[in-house]
Write a protein of this length. Structure first.
Length: 106
């Protein structure tokens, strides 16, 4: 975890793996940059921006839901896989974003 005084509203996590035991990881990323805002006072799990860099995001009906919502989810050089869901997607070297990011658990 990294925090820079030059960017006090950002928390940077490095070499992140997130998921449930016994399941493929939902997220593996070299860097996760979470930009905070004043909204954390009323909604602690809603952040301004989540930037995922250099890794893989696996979303299926069985994977652990991501615990945050964001005004923007940004992907930079990420693989994205969603093989067993309504949208069967697989992409490599994805650069793009989703506005807003509001995942729902089933």
């Amino acid at each position: 975890m990294d925090h820079r005084f030059s960017a006090p509203s950002h928390i940077v996590l490095e070499n992140v793996t997130f998921g449930r035991d016994g399941q493929p990881a939902t997220l593996v990323a070299k860097s996760v940059d979470i930009a905070l805002s004043s909204r954390q006072l009323t909604e602690p799990r809603h952040v301004d921006t989540i930037l995922l860099e250099n890794g893989t995001l696996n979303l299926t009906d069985q994977t652990a839901p991501l615990p945050f919502k964001a005004d923007r989810l940004q992907l930079r050089d990420m693989a994205f896989n969603s093989p067993n869901s309504e949208w069967k997607l697989s992409a490599q070297r994805v650069n793009g974003g989703v506005v807003p990011w509001s995942p729902e658990s089933r």
